[in-house]
Design a protein around this ligand. Structure first.
Ligand code: COA
Length: 277
């Protein structure tokens, strides 16, 4: 166990609502919030996987986990989940809109339904999550959307994900203004790159392989779930009080425009070599 820079019980008496909370990054965030003293409501589509996650998380902090099965594409179902969690725990200090779906697909071959599936889960799901929690938000609540480098980095075979994640970051900036001024909410995005142990990374690892995938990153490795959880904790703790409308990349530099930067660096190296001859 590595030393934490965060105070124990940092989130004591806080309540978090986490969509996509049965697996991957979102479950890791839910776990960290619980470890830091919060109560957590987790929402996911697959009822079986959700119940396994509830049992696993409940062992960390018995009686502090509430699970509701809902598809984030269904606004009414997300509202019912948010209402049920608020009835149990009172309000939301933290909201994480994290449910996501993805696959690699050539754009010309994507059906309308395939494109919509990812946009509806990621973007519309984020909207549904935030909207459903709005009426239950505590003063100065912290809202986090899970974005990805695709929001800003064009990526072949990822037109659906690029569009959805770019939309999420636009939504975050908009709500930082719209809900920040009146209600004091802080609204930010986390943009994890390739995170070990997640289905999102697995899709790319299977197709491309780890060396080719992370070899070009300034930090050439996958992230750990703990690193992403630490970044979330930074945003929801006192450290995040003056941060809003921001996308925090935790991606080893994957989202940097490295193609252009690498071309410039290579040209500079060649020019330097020529000058020295
Ligand atoms: N390539 C092309 N199209 C695909 C696809 C792929 N790999 N996977 C799904 N689709 C299409 C389907 O064909 C369907 O379109 P159609 O009706 O024209 O045939 C559409 O997307 C919806 O797919 P479906 O499986 O019915 O929807 P779903 O709601 O069950 O799941 C996803 C949608 C995106 C979540 C699905 O790809 C999936 O289950 N992915 C794995 C889990 C995952 O994404 N985890 C998170 C990673 S960040």
């Amino acid at each position: 166990m590595t030393l934490s820079v965060f105070a124990p019980d940092l989130l004591r008496s806080r309540v978090a609502f986490v969509t996509g909370g049965s697996s991957g990054i979102n479950k890791a965030l839910a776990r960290r919030f619980l470890q830091q003293g919060a109560a957590v409501v987790i929402v996911a589509r697959d009822a079986g996987r959700l119940e396994s996650a509830r049992v696993e998380l409940d062992a960390i902090s018995p009686g502090r986990v509430h699970a509701v099965s809902a598809d984030v594409r269904d606004g009414d179902a997300v509202q019912a989940a948010a209402d049920a969690g608020a009835e149990r725990f009172g309000r939301y200090d933290i909201v994480v809109a994290g449910a996501a779906g993805n696959f690699l697909g050539p754009t010309a071959e994507l059906s309308s339904n395939a494109f919509a599936a990812v946009v509806d889960i990621d973007l519309k799901g984020t909207f549904h999550t935030f909207r459903a929690c709005y009426r239950h938000l505590a003063p100065r609540a912290r809202l986090i959307a899970i974005s990805a480098p695709q929001a800003q980095l064009p990526m072949a075979l990822q037109a659906h994900a690029c569009a959805a994640k770019a939309g999420i970051e636009a939504l975050v900036r908009t709500l930082a203004i719209e809900w920040g001024g009146l209600e004091g909410a802080r609204v930010n995005a986390l943009s994890p790159g390739l995170v070990a142990g997640t289905h999102g990374a697995e899709i790319f690892l299977r197709a491309i392989g780890e060396a080719a995938l992370v070899g070009g990153q300034p930090i050439p490795r996958l992230a750990t779930l703990d690193e992403v959880a630490d970044a979330a904790l930074f945003l929801v703790g006192p450290t995040g009080d003056y941060i809003t409308g921001h996308t925090l990349a935790i991606d080893g530099g994957l989202g940097l425009p490295t193609t252009a930067a690498a071309a410039i660096a290579a040209a500079a190296t060649r020019a330097l070599a020529t000058a020295r001859r």
